[in-house]
Design a protein around this ligand. Structure first.
Ligand SMILES: Cc1cc2nc3c(=O)[nH]c(=O)nc-3n(C[C@H](O)[C@H](O)[C@H](O)COP(=O)(O)O)c2cc1C
Length: 360
């Protein structure tokens, strides 16, 4: 029985018609200027039957913008591109939040005019990222942010959120996962600061809460979600005590009347690319967070339904299944077979492997 997936739920001021959420997925179709095109609008419009679409990560400023073809939301052209997307989704009766990010230490300096990437501390990310020619490239050692740079970044998050709302987007998800700037402040493998933003759990959570509070004050807390990936190790990120860190952060967010908290933590027994040996902490976060909790990572309709039934989540996000199945909700509802996506076209430019997956 998966019927609880198709029950409505209130998220902020919206009522979602179902609890099948589209997880944020970078698809690299916005070109060098980060402006979403008509094809991007078509892609999201095709997926409007999701309870809520969470867009791909979208840069809040140029210094934090470094994934080839990823969109931005820090100038008028980008904002106009996002209006096309919002219109396409709303025309099809959908709802859409924009995931907003600063890539922090994961930006290549060649993509930001040779400047050093910004981070809480000078700890380089592990692994590689495609450069502007798509060639995998080692990360640079980032620059430790000054308090002025921290304040400026908080203000850039606020401006980006306001632009998203002005473009007609329903709200924003603050990306505090996957080693990007906010996550790098949270976890002690990357945060070695000795000022008010480093050291204790309270201090490492300070930057997140400053961003959340400033954005909520500007656009309303009911339009703000947050995403954590408490135990993954993307680009070498780690924390010595993720249970204590993320239950504290979740308890702080719990009192702020946000739209939702979103966790990327593959919970099942099976293999998942985002899984590590670190034991899951989602149950601790659930105890600390009283609002709408969205769980994500390798879920099936059956496992998702069981999470909702047990109270571990109010809704569940699906990533890869949405790539090849624009009508995922009705396929889950009818038990229809799923189309398989082609990983070779996850990030490549153009409509192939993007807007050419047909509904049933
Ligand atoms: C192509 C691709 C792009 C992704 N981009 C993002 C992103 O921009 N922001 C983010 O928070 N997670 C991103 N993720 C992670 C997904 O949101 C999701 O957490 C992950 O795919 C696990 O969910 P799933 O097992 O249902 O696919 C991406 C995943 C994929 C496959």
């Amino acid at each position: 029985m998966t019927s609880n997936l198709f029950q409505p739920i209130k998220v902020g001021k919206m009522t979602l018609p179902n609890r099948v959420i589209m997880a944020p997925m970078t698809r690299g179709r916005s070109g060098a200027d980060g402006v979403p095109t008509a094809t991007v609008a078509e892609y999201y419009g095709q997926r409007a039957s999701a309870g809520l679409i969470i867009t791909e990560a979208t840069a809040i400023n140029a210094r934090g913008d470094g994934w080839p073809g990823a969109p931005g939301i820090y100038n008028d052209k980008q904002q106009a591109g996002w209006s096309l997307v919002a219109d396409a989704v709303h025309k099809n009766n959908g709802r859409i939040f924009m995931q907003i990010w600063h890539m922090g230490r994961s930006v290549l300096s060649e993509n930001i005019d040779g400047m050093a990437p910004l981070a809480p501390s000078a700890v380089a990310a592990e692994g590689q990222i495609p450069n502007s020619q798509g060639v995998p490239t080692d990360f640079d050692v980032p620059k430790e942010m000054t308090s002025e740079e921290i304040s400026q970044t908080v203000s850039d998050f606020v401006d980006a959120a306001q632009r998203a709302v002005d473009a007609g987007i329903d709200g924003v998800e603050i990306h505090a996962a996957n080693n990007f700037l906010i996550d790098a402040f949270l976890r002690d493998g990357t945060n070695k600061r000795t000022d008010a933003y480093g050291g204790s759990i309270e201090n490492r959570t300070r930057f997140l809460l400053e961003v959340v509070d400033a954005v909520a004050e500007k656009i309303g807390s009911d339009r703000v979600g947050v995403r954590f990936s408490p135990t993954n190790g993307v680009f070498g990120i780690a924390d010595s005590n993720p249970g204590a860190l993320f239950s504290y952060a979740a308890s702080q967010l719990s009192s702020r009347n946000l739209a939702y908290l979103h966790l990327l933590e593959p919970l099942g027994e099976g293999e998942h690319p985002m899984k590590t040996d670190v034991p899951s902490v989602s149950h601790l976060i659930r105890e600390a967070y009283k609002g709408v909790l969205i769980q994500n990572g390798g879920q099936t309709p059956e496992s998702a339904s069981a999470l909702i039934e047990s109270g571990q989540a109010e809704a569940v996000a699906f990533g890869v299944p949405f790539i090849a199945n624009p009508d995922l909700v009705s396929r889950y509802q009818s038990g229809a077979e799923l189309a398989a996506p082609n990983p070779d076209t996850f990030y490549t430019p153009g409509p192939e492997g993007y807007t050419d997956y047909a509904p049933l």
